[in-house]
Design a protein around this ligand. Structure first.
Ligand code: PDD
Length: 277
């Protein structure tokens, strides 16, 4: 079952107009929200980010937070108790002609639930590889837009290179991953790019930052360079679907001699506690 414009229906019965601006222009925003033990994790934070995305592109939010909660909880229940990932997308709606500028339209709302299978600690402990690439995206990466062509190209490159992620840089500074935020640990200080228009403000990023104090590390929301990254003690990526993953190789360079560090384990364990609380 999926949710489309006010109705819960079978996925193969769900369809939208070819004049939907989401289809024609990628004119829409989205959220991905994990569900653990039947509970939507950090719903309030995701809805707040959704509101920011909608405001940035002048799409009216069709529902208040209470209504969103009801719809998302209902869809969650329809999918049982296993971990889920809710994908919700709001487009500007169906237009009468294909024109870049827009009038007031009824937003299209689509929500689906997929089963979520984050990697186990056993799998994560051996570490993952990444490649790096110049960040060619636009200057509003803070908007969680469905226009994702650049991110798609990076993710395909990751797949072709058999690596987990593409780590992006602008002017030699690491911004984020193609679909994740990036953290570097150096001398007990955790660095990550500050929240601005160059990155998406990850909900998992906030959770990593929250975990830092119980893992005896300090946090600096300060950009770090490619050179810093290659001499890092630890390097991680974070996202709602992948949680916190240790990266042990970037391009042909080993991080920490190819070993996953102890601080990753502490932050990972803390995240598991939070999501199961
Ligand atoms: N992506 N940066 C980018 C570019 C992302 O696409 C994502 C998440 C993140 C991490 O955000 P969060 O911790 O809130 O998931 C950072 C999602 C999972 C996706 O597009 O499927």
């Amino acid at each position: 079952m999926v949710f489309l414009n006010g109705k819960f229906i079978e996925k193969d019965k769900a369809s939208i107009s070819v004049m939907d601006r989401g289809f024609l222009f990628g004119d829409g925003v989205y959220e991905v929200i994990p569900v653990y033990n039947g509970k939507i994790f950090r719903l309030h934070q995701h809805l707040k980010r959704l509101q920011n995305s909608l405001d940035s592109v002048k799409i009216n939010n069709p529902y208040n937070d209470k209504k969103w909660g009801e719809i998302l909880n209902k869809l969650t229940k329809l999918h049982g108790n296993n971990p889920q990932s809710l994908y919700l997308q709001i487009t500007r709606g169906v237009d009468v002609e294909r024109k870049h500028s827009f009038n007031d339209l009824n937003p299209t709302v689509y929500i689906q639930s997929s089963s979520l299978k984050p990697k186990t600690k056993q799998e994560l402990i051996s570490g993952y590889n990444a490649i790096s690439s110049e960040d060619i995206r636009w200057n509003r990466c803070d908007i969680k837009s469905t226009s994702l062509l650049a991110n798609i190209m990076y993710s395909q490159k990751a797949k072709e290179n058999n690596v987990e992620e593409v780590i992006l840089h602008q002017n030699q500074q690491i911004t984020e991953g193609a679909t994740s935020n990036v953290f570097m640990l150096k001398n007990k200080t955790l660095f990550t790019h500050p929240i601005d228009n160059h990155i998406l403000s990850g909900i998992t990023r906030d959770l990593v930052i929250e975990s830092a104090s119980s893992c005896n590390i300090s946090i600096k929301e300060v950009a770090f360079s490619i050179k810093d990254m290659l001499s890092a003690d630890e390097l991680w990526i974070s996202s709602s679907t992948r949680e916190i993953m240790p990266i042990v190789k970037v391009d042909n360079n080993l991080i920490n001699n190819g070993n996953v560090g102890n601080t990753w384990e502490c932050v990972y364990d803390n995240y598991q506690k939070l999501k199961n609380a």
